[in-house]
Design a protein around this ligand. Sequence first.
Ligand SMILES: N[C@@H](CCC(=O)N[C@@H](CS)C(=O)NCC(=O)O)C(=O)O
Length: 235
Amino acid sequence: MTLKIYADRMSQPSRAVIIFCKEMIHYTAPKEINPLRQVPAIVDGRFKLFESHAILRYLACAFPGVADHWYPADLFKRAKIESVLDWHHSNLRRGAASYVLHSTLAPALGLKKNPQAAAEGEKILSASLEQIESFWLKGNGRFLLGSFKPSIADLSLVCELMQLEVVDEKDRDRILGPHKKVKQWIEDTNQATRPHFDELHAILFKLKAKLQKQRLLEANNKIESGTKTLLPSKM
Ligand SMILES: N[C@@H](CCC(=O)N[C@@H](CS)C(=O)NCC(=O)O)C(=O)O
């Protein structure tokens, strides 16, 4: 049976699902699949499913040979992973997705940037990063819940954070800079899922380069028009 995945590499939850598939399973959104038309969604035979966390859980259980650390069979360990996944949607995702949309991506989607909504998103994002740093990353291991190997929660949360690559460098540094453990954890999750992690995030780095060029051009235009108004008129 072929597993069909409806996904978009620009979508954080989609990237988490694709990396997991590439990493773990060696198998090779339209309206009928997901009434919300969001990605990711999958079709496995007659079974249709959407919501990235539900998909990650399903894939971890439905196919043989998936290493236990991704979604442990142990009830207590699994329940802790559920706890991070539930927390994610109303905290890190809410903050990060809103901040990146309103500060950076809005014009590309035909919307106006919204500094107030961006500031509110940043507040939730920073509080979430603080909680990851001081609580979820506590313990001896390099991954969430003090684990020594990544779980589907590491994948989901790190994919969410990777979208910060597209925002202005100084804003990204301001937000991520104070969270050294978070930065190291992003790197560790990348290392643990190479080469798929880099392959799936290449689209973000392409967009990052394009946006940086645009910002530079805008800054140069501003300087040029400023100098012009300072020059004495010939009239
Ligand atoms: N809670 C969902 C979120 C899915 C989601 O927000 N998908 C976005 C892309 S990141 C989407 O498909 N947006 C298009 C739309 O809403 O029409 C999940 O984790 O799968």
